[in-house]
Design a protein around this ligand. Sequence first.
Ligand code: GRE
Length: 338
Amino acid sequence: MLGKVALEEAFNLPRFAEKQKWWASMFALDPEKHVREMGDISDIRIQYMDKYGVGYQILSYSAPGVQDIFDRKEAEALATEINDYIAPAVKKHPDRLGAFATLSMHDPKQAAEELRRCVTQYGFLGALVNDTQRAGTDGEDMIFYDNAEWDVFWETVTELDVPFYLHPRNPTGIIHEKLWAKRKWLIGPPLSFAQGVSLHLLGMVTNGVFDRHPKLQVIIGHLGEHIPFDLWRINHWFEDIKKPLGLKETCKKTIREYFAQNIWITTSGHFSTPTLHFCMTEVSADRILFSIDYPFETFQDGCEWYDNAEISEVDRRKIGKDNARKLFKLAGFKDCDA
Ligand code: GRE
């Protein structure tokens, strides 16, 4: 299919190439290639897009990125540097590339202001944040955005009318030590990423973020970070047990209603047709968006799978481009009407 839109697609600042190589050595079989692809924001990327029928990509800064920086000032300065770097780069290819704002999440007001700057000055299409923000003098603290202190941030997100992508990051500090250090092969895509994001997103649901901000649109990747598989069970426990016990104070709607009104899932890094069919049944094709997860995954794997997956052409179009076109209010991009 031509003109697909992909929105979990990472880049890195060239000055962090060495750090990226170290990071990539835990995830990539060919760290050199990974670093080359991560650092490129036009040539290699656009060649792949042309070859595999991706019309438009929304770029985001690689994980763990700014969420790994526990010094507030340093985190804020890096986020600004990244946004100032990517803005002119995507502007050179307006019909091919867009960007998510990178945010320091130490302070809700500052995060809101930086998002506002990126959306109003640069035309960024939303924000992508890597799960919790590391904080504290030794990086042991984790800031979640699911409590009332963050209402000022969510108000700005909804006022600007842009989506927020909650992306995983690797476990750190005591969480790493207690849960993952002795199970290191489960860090990342096999398990830890989905655990982190599903905890955070369901924290937003149960702590009432979507009740207080009913227009908020949050995207999660990897076909929903395991949540779709558990929707029946979560719904059963919320409605039949937790709400009578008090959850109804903060969380008025059902989990399925939040999934229909506030939450989107993408196909990033999860190229399984049976799982896609399952998600189409549980959350509907109206709430699913195509994505690759480049350069952690390849255009070839993501696009050849999607183009040939056994789904109707109506659904292929919705998930492949039309849902994203509407959600991000994209004016036009290569092959958008093909
Ligand atoms: C990511 O998206 O950030 C990521 C990693 C490591 C492995 C896979 C992956 O950081 O998608």
